[in-house]
Design a binder for this molecule. Structure first.
Ligand code: AMP
Length: 221
């Protein structure tokens, strides 16, 4: 419980693809014991399992477009409903449209929860492209690596769980360009929603991940 008597310490990590949301989420959840809710991870799992949601989502994720709001919102409602009242949630990659943000406000209010901060990670496009093209992800635990700046000890193998590393379909250059366009057109306007509520904090995503994590922790504290 915080000093205002609010139960949850929910946070949103906001930023373009490749801003480092996944890496920061890992660091923050480890440190603060938050529940990590990444809509991208959930959708990828559904795609791998070949569920109905996964089959539908794949058409969108492979081309860098957003999965329709009603699908994503339903996933988030189910997950948030399962989180105990005092455990905070870290939203990673959600909300990405204004209707998603409005829906999240409602879902949290119904559950007596609230967003404490929206941390927006700023990174320029050139950096995003080089980060995403070299990014590799663990198939088992979703841990993130980079072929040049953060390689695993053994090529293609996750240091933590021994899982196989792979390049996401949507981390190809032509899809990255689409994802960036989608971000600027549909997702960036969501920032104004939170700016008006005085919940927005901006941080520099060009920093080293550990340093950036310390800065975010200082904001939260
Ligand atoms: P991410 O791992 O967060 O970069 O998400 C990968 C892809 O999943 C995105 O490019 C979208 O196609 C889809 N996706 C993830 N989160 C959302 C969301 N909140 N709304 C719509 N589509 C999403």
């Amino acid at each position: 419980m915080d000093k205002n008597g609010n139960k949850s310490q929910d946070l949103i990590l906001f930023g373009p693809p490749g801003a480092g949301k996944g890496t920061q989420s890992e660091l923050l959840c480890e440190r603060l014991g938050l529940f990590h809710l990444s809509t991208g991870d959930i959708l990828r799992e559904a795609i791998t399992k070949g569920t109905e949601t996964g089959k539908l989502a794949k058409q969108y994720t492979d081309s860098g477009r957003l999965v329709p709001d009603e699908i994503v919102v339903k996933i988030v409602e189910e997950k948030v409903g399962g989180v105990g009242g005092n455990g905070g949630v870290l939203f990673d990659g959600f909300p990405r449209t204004l209707p998603q943000a409005m829906n999240l406000d409602e879902v949290l209010e119904r559950g007596g929860r609230h967003i404490k901060w929206v941390i927006s990670i700023l990174v320029d496009d050139d950096k995003i492209i080089s980060r995403l093209e070299g990014r590799r992800m663990c198939r088992q635990c979703n841990r993130i690596y980079h072929v040049a700046t953060n390689p695993p000890a053994k090529e293609g193998i996750c240091d933590v769980c021994g899982g196989e590393l792979f390049q996401r379909n949507d981390d190809r250059r032509e899809v990255i360009q689409e994802r960036l366009k989608t971000y600027y057109a549909q997702t960036q306007p969501v920032l104004d929603h939170y700016r008006k509520k005085n919940l927005l904090k901006e941080v520099d995503g060009a920093k080293d991940p550990q340093e950036l994590s310390r800065q975010i922790l200082a904001i939260i504290a």
